[in-house]
Design a protein around this ligand. Sequence first.
Ligand code: PBG
Length: 330
Amino acid sequence: MSDGLPSGGFSRGRRLRSTPALRRLTAQTRLAPADFVLPVFVKQGIDEPVAIRSMPGVVQHTLDSLRKAAHEAAEAGIGGVMLFGIPGEKDPVGSQADAADGIVNVALRQLRADLGDELVLIADLCLCEYTDHGHCGVVTSTGVVDNDPTLDRYAAVAVAQARAGAHVIAPSGMMDGQVAAIRRALDGAASPETPILAYAAKYASSFYGPFREAAEGAPRFGDRSTYQMDPPNADEALREVAQDLAEGADAVMVKPALPYLDIITRVADAVHVPVSAYQVSGEYAMVEAAAANGWVDRERAILETLTAIRRAGAGTVLTYWAVEAARLLR
Ligand code: PBG
C-alpha cells in the first residue's frame, strides 16, 4: 500500500466513508420529519404576523397565519406543534392562560377543528407570557415565586387547554409538584387520556433570550434561577426526571439542547419513556446570526445540530427549523 499501512488486520475508518452512498448506508443516526416539533407563537390583537428581530424567519402569528403555518407543518410531515400564546392583557395571576376565550385556547380549538389528529397539538403550560410581572408563577408580596398557589393555577390552565383541544400538556414552569397537580386536575376533568410531556430538566439558560422577545415574557424583576436548574448540575436533572415520572409524566424533556447533550444522553439512558429536547431560541439565533455573516453554512449547520441532538439520545427535537428541516430531508 502506498501509505505503508497494511490492507487488513486493523480497522481503517476511511473505507466506509469513500462515497455518499456508503456514508448513507452506514449512518447511525437518521433524521425524519416526524422527529420534529415546531414551537409557534400566537398573539392576540394583531392583524399581520409580527417578525421577531432576534429570530429571523420566526413570527408572532395572527390566528389566521397560525392556521396556515399549521397546515404547512402537517404537509411537511412533522410530528407536531407546540403552542405559546401572547395575550392582549396581562395580570398578576395570568388569567388569560385559562380563559376559554384566551388567545391560546382559541387557537387550540381552531387548529383542532382544522387538523383533527393529523398533527400533535402540544400546549406549553406556563404563566410567564400571561403575568404582568413575567414570572412563571404567582408571586408573594415580597416578590418570591410562590410554589403551591401556582400549582392551582397550572391545574386550571391544563384543564382549559385540554378542553380546547390540546393533545398533550407540557408544563414548563419548573414548580415542584406541577406534574402531580396537573395529572390530578386532568383526571378530575374527564381528561385521563391526555398525556403530560414534562419539561423535566429545564436549565436557567441565557439561550432563552430571543424567546423573551417572541413571547413577551421577560421577568420584570429578578430572574428564574430560583426555579429553573443551575447549569453546573447534572445529577439534579436525573432527580427532576425521576420525580416527574413518579408524579405521572408520560414523556420528559431536556432544555436547552446543544449545550446540554450530556444531560440528554444521561436522561435517555436512565428512562424508558420518550425523551425530547428543545433546541431553544438562542441556539437558533446563534446559527442564524453566524450564517447571515457567512461564517457557517446555514443548512449544514442546521442539520448537524439536529443530528447531534438525536445522536445524544433525544427521540423528538423541538426546533424552530422543524418545517424547513423536514423539507431539507426530502
Ligand atoms: C416559559 C418558556 C421559556 C421557553 C419555553 N417556555 C422561557 C423561559 O423559561 O424563560 C424558552 C424557549 C426558547 O428559548 O426557545 N417558561
